[in-house]
Design a binder for this molecule. Structure first.
Ligand code: RB5
Length: 150
């Protein structure tokens, strides 16, 4: 069975999201599109919340969010327990987001990044492995913040 990857956008990220859905399918993943599906203006938190809820609950292991700049979606996603969302605009950072930060949500600005770069970033993030070790210790400190301790 192919791995599900959740994907959502607002109107500003719609075009890039549709492109990335086709790329994920080509890569053998099962993209789960949580909207929006039209270019009508919507509020990005509504779609960021949907996707982050899925990742936070563990229903879907990872996801991709696209809005105009990527900023709004990353602010939303990082409010959710267990969600580590990384806003990326270069391939190296996309790979590091997985290797060092174990980012389970990749965020892209549809008005910032072109399709080819976005595709490369997704391929890089999806294909990378979390390096654990000292990086896990750092993530454990972040988890403690979520649990209300320092
Ligand atoms: C929508 O105009 C825009 O504000 C949104 O897509 C995003 O860039 C917010 O951070």
């Amino acid at each position: 069975m192919s791995e599900k990857i959740a994907i959502a956008s607002d109107h500003a990220g719609l075009e890039l999201k549709l492109y990335l859905i086709s790329i994920l399918e080509e890569m053998g993943f099962e993209p789960v599109n949580l909207g929006t599906d039209t270019e009508d203006s919507v509020d990005y938190p509504d779609f960021g919340i949907l996707l982050s809820g899925e990742v936070s609950s563990g229903t879907i292991e990872r996801g991709i969010l696209v809005c105009g700049t990527g900023i709004g979606m990353s602010i939303v996603a990082n409010k959710f327990k267990g969600v580590r969302a990384a806003l990326v605009s270069d391939v190296f950072t996309a790979r590091m987001a997985k290797e060092h930060n174990n980012a389970n949500v990749l965020v892209i600005g549809g008005r910032i990044v072109g399709k080819t770069l976005a595709e490369e970033m997704v391929r890089s993030w999806v294909g990378a492995e979390f390096l654990a070790g000292r990086h896990q210790r750092r993530l454990d400190k972040i988890t403690k913040i979520e649990e209300g301790c320092k």
